[in-house]
Design a protein around this ligand. Sequence first.
Ligand code: FDA
Length: 290
Amino acid sequence: MPVKLPFVLARRFVAAESLEGTLPVLRQLCAEGLYVTVDRLGEYVHDRQQALATRDAYLGLIDVLANERDAGRLRDANVSLKLSSLGQKIDEAFCLDNLHQLLEAARPRDVFIRLDMEGSDLTESTLRIFEQVYPDYPDHVGPVLQAYLKRTARDIARMCELKARVRLCKGAYKEPPEIAYQDMPTIRARFIEYMQRLLLEGRYPGIATHDDVLIEATKRFAAEHQIGSDRFEFQMLYGIRPETQRELVRQGYRMRVYVPYGTEWLPYFYRRLRERKENVWFVVKNLFRR
Ligand code: FDA
């Protein structure tokens, strides 16, 4: 039987194990001027019933977030979703149908669904599914592109052509050198190139990074090209650089915090630890915090 690690380990990066426990966190972030996108943790689902349960949980989440926004407790309603949790690995058509049902619920409530990007085994399929739903829901769905993937130059061009709303990030999975840049200077250079193109030719991009080099490059480029702070947003993960998140809000930028919740937090938690050795220290200190 697999060992269940205690949630206290993950609480720096994960709001709560339940949606109910997450709501006070969301309200507090919004009261401080931040936007949120809410992720119900789960990925690589291989069982149809589990994928349908995920779909139903997201239907509930869409409803709750729209109600919270309508009651003035959130600035807008955004969710982040991994298609592999909707059955992408079981059958693409089944996953597409599940996503379609979510978008049918999201559109009338004006909830935006961000399709997180996972490992490279799913990139092509995720973008294919995105392109199938996008014409019917152009204001309510958008993909994530990863600067470390060599294919991304092409995908950026395509998303600019479609005027799709893209989140740009570095990429969090371990990928081989044949398909992904491995060194930070190259990944940063690609990120800056794509950020500039999205700001000039895309639609309301999300610039998702905690990296000061990339944040400063974005601010500078936007100022030089008279791109107002209402035409893009910065995005960061819950629990990472919270002071910087608030500082950017004070400077007049939009900042969206990615807030994960749920019991399936282990893979997400490992990715955060792998990214930065300092994160391991935060977790250890957290264990002793009262
Ligand atoms: P990185 O961790 O590489 O750090 C670079 C520099 O930033 C550091 O050297 C330091 O200077 C500074 N820094 C970072 N953390 C700091 C801290 N705590 N304190 C002080 N300085 C710090 N990935 C993916 O593959 N698919 C996806 O869908 C998403 N979605 C996503 C959404 C959002 C909102 C974010 C922010 C990120 C993602 N990611 C993602 C993850 C992303 O790909 C990437 O793995 C992480 O953001 C880490 O890269 P960074 O650019 O943030 O900085």
